[in-house]
Design a protein around this ligand. Structure first.
Ligand SMILES: [Zn+2]
Length: 429
């Protein structure tokens, strides 16, 4: 049990300590009232025998900073919130800044989907998005604490991979209903796209599989690498161009969700506008629960939308416990500064919630649409992220789309990439 002391223990400090000790180091901790008993002293002036961290304003209630100064390298890790004395930087304040996403509150420069861009982030601007800083700091802290207090021991955690699949379009042609199918044929005619028209016809007559029907391959390849897949289903009301999923009323979608829920975990992918509406969010989560005939435990906002704190406060309020939106569309890396699921702390309400934010470090469309990487560079980038995560024995979370496995249209030449990535990053490799 790690004993901590501070003259001013507030909710932010409790959150930061929970991130470091409970979630990353997986060790118990408690706040004590006498500095003489503490292993760690978090105060302007050192008191007692503990390791000393000098606080900055980041850990104080009500403070929102957008660009804290760069600190010294600590055990080889970049830091922020530098201080004179102590270990040289405000480790707990820095955890609050990164893990609670302080810089995203009210940030004026958003992309066209209203998202916080990776290039605007503190880590992005310093070129260290690919490093799980919080995990590195926590493990360095454990090293220093064990050197100082011989009786302290820390468990060794194991490297993990979680692979997720966003199903934005369950099928390219199947199950769309009369109106959308007719519209599709008319569109093919108008564009003079005879190949598309022929394929659509063959798929609808059962002569050829639907291009996006990649589920069996996805399940088999995940099983081969001992990585459990997690599927997120988009069931928003049809709304071009962002929400073009199959209707939740279509029997083809119901059959697919039921089958996948039998063989893997299925979560909800709240649609483009659900990120701004409690009603839509509840409606769409309810639809996925109806389809899978079970409770929805996992969510990820479509397009990785969702502003702080509202979009996440709504999830917490609606009883959701595991959200997977925490990645960037335009870059690989660790948006919360960590490769460990950490709780959502609402900086506006200054309250810790039971909602866990699972960091997603790699997305297929980031490689194709934003970074314009070729397959080989994409596989290498995923392997590099895995190396970082293995070094701190964290969890690497991947984000695929079922379309990426299709070898069709702009995914042509990519169907080997997921399998190669799973092989490169898998716990058994
Ligand atoms: Zn999506």
């Amino acid at each position: 049990m790690i004993r901590l002391w501070s003259p001013d223990v507030n909710h932010r400090l409790r959150f930061a300590a929970a991130c470091v000790f409970t979630h990353v180091l997986e060790v118990g901790h408690t706040w004590v009232t006498a500095p003489e008993e503490a292993h760690l002293c978090y105060a302007a002036k050192r008191e007692g025998p503990g390791l000393h961290i000098v606080p900055t304003a980041l850990g104080q209630l009500g403070v929102v900073e957008s660009d804290p100064a760069t600190g010294p390298l600590w055990h080889g890790w970049p830091t922020l919130g530098p201080t004179d004395g102590g270990i040289g930087f405000d480790l707990l304040g820095a955890v609050v800044f990164l893990a609670a996403r302080m810089e995203e509150y009210g940030h004026p420069k958003l992309d066209r989907h209203g998202r916080f861009p990776a290039a605007e982030s503190w880590m992005g601007r310093r070129g260290c998005l690919d490093r799980p800083l919080i995990d590195g700091w926590a493990q360095a802290l454990a090293t220093e604490l064990s050197a100082k207090f011989a009786d302290l021991t820390f468990p060794t955690r194991t490297y993990n991979v979680l692979s997720t699949v966003d199903v934005d379009s369950a099928y390219a042609y199947r199950g769309k209903g009369f109106k959308r199918t007719l519209g599709g044929f008319l569109g093919d005619l108008k564009r003079g796209d005879a190949a598309n028209r022929r394929l659509r016809w063959r798929v609808l007559r059962g002569k050829q599989p639907d291009p996006f029907d990649t589920y069996e391959t996805i399940l088999q390849e995940h099983a081969r690498h001992s990585i459990p897949p997690l599927f997120f289903f988009l069931v928003a009301d049809f709304d071009r161009p962002h929400d073009i999923n199959l209707s939740h009323r279509r029997p083809a979608l119901r059959a697919l969700v039921l089958e996948l829920a039998d063989r893997a975990e299925v979560g909800a992918h709240p649609g483009y506008r659900a990120a701004e509406s409690a009603e839509r969010l509840a409606l769409e989560i309810g639809r996925v629960a109806d389809l899978k005939l079970g409770q929805v435990d996992h969510t990820r906002y479509h397009y990785l939308r969702g502003r702080f704190p509202e979009a996440f406060a709504r999830l917490a309020h609606q009883g959701l416990r595991h959200d997977h939106t925490m990645g960037y569309a335009d870059a690989f890396g660790f948006r919360t500064g960590s490769c460990t699921p950490l709780p959502f702390f609402d900086l506006k309400a200054e309250v810790l919630t039971p909602l866990m934010l699972h960091p997603t470090a790699f997305m297929d469309t980031t490689a194709v649409r934003y970074l314009h990487l070729d397959p080989e560079a994409t596989i290498a980038a995923a392997a590099a992220l895995a190396k970082e995560v293995r070094a701190v024995r964290g969890t690497l979370e991947l984000l695929w789309h079922n379309e990426a496995w299709s070898n069709w249209k702009h995914w042509e030449g990519w169907s080997h990439v997921p399998e190669k990535v799973l092989a490169a990053v898998g716990p058994i490799s």
